[in-house]
Ligand binder design. Sequence first.
Ligand code: PMP
Length: 388
Amino acid sequence: MLDLSTELDRIEKKGLWRTLRRLDAANTAETTIESKQQLLLSSNNYLGLATDPRLKEAAIKAINEYGTGSGGARLTTGNLHLHEELEQTIASFKKTEAALLFSSGYLANVGTISSMAGKADLILSDAYNHASIIDGCRLSKAKTVVYGHVNMDDLQNKLIENKNHRRRFIVTDGVFSMDGNIAPLPEITLLAAKHGAKVIVDDAHATSVIGENGTGTAEYFGLESCVDITIGTLSKAAGCEGGFVAASRLVIDYLRNRARTFIFQTSLSPGVVAAATTGLHIINSEPERRQILAANADFFRTELRSLGFNLVNGETPILAVIIGEAEAACQFSSRLEEEGIFAPAIRPPTVPDGESRIRATLMATHTKEHLQQAISSFEKVGKDMGVI
Ligand code: PMP
């Protein structure tokens, strides 16, 4: 007999109970959460595009023309010129031969990994990879070997220990979603070349955020030609929703024929697709948004460190402020909220035991005043709770 309440009691006792919080306004720097004004320090709307009038206008125009739903999978009746235009925009942004849209980044990872790798194959996966990568690996039935987080000696050893597979893949987040650090792509691509493995990078948090032109982790390291498959999302910096894969024409043709989360799902709705295309054009033409975002993240990170907070090393707009036990992290987050700062606690199983944290994400739309306000609140709560 299923004993759900025992399981829920166990979750609650461990301080891991999850509830939903309700935004009463758009996810902008200043917002309203459950009727209270808050400074939002936890949105992936990194560049502020989710409320940009140009994206809204593009969505409205597409809805007026094509309606609210696409009404079918891409391979049946759900393929509009809007989808093809967005795929071309993504491919030229990522400088790949082709791209393929999915309904979300989650489904892009699941569909790509589970169709590229099969029973006879090997996947080497970073210990901190996103849940959607883990699920893709499980569904693939390939032998999946997890290597220590960004531990290149471990990756090398595991490549040596696991020979004789039909295909070998190394899969990694480009920017790790809970720590905000960047995957060591120079070492990963070198090992891949040496051991005959293909490289898959999930650039959900890197797309439009890092790299000279904002195209992501491969560009950040100047290694665009060494990554075989890039997976991304339109739900974060691009301000919309949807996932994509950018790769060679061969890989994209294969995925269109084999990836179940592409084949069997209704395509993205016209409004979202049109808005995302506009979002990518703005990302290209307004690099200053990315520069302000990077400056905000640098400033916030430096200030918190100088106050004595323990931050995971990183150089992206995701800042992981380690608190320790899950309950303490939740208390820290609640105290911040009383101060008008919304930055949730991240707890196991999302992060390891004892490493519960406040995960702050910066936006280009945060002003210096916003950041000063947040820093003062971190200082007050940190001192009150004995964290600093
Ligand atoms: N990969 C990573 C690293 C992510 O953080 C996320 C979103 N949390 C996803 C994939 C999934 O993207 P989406 O929200 O578009 O499903």
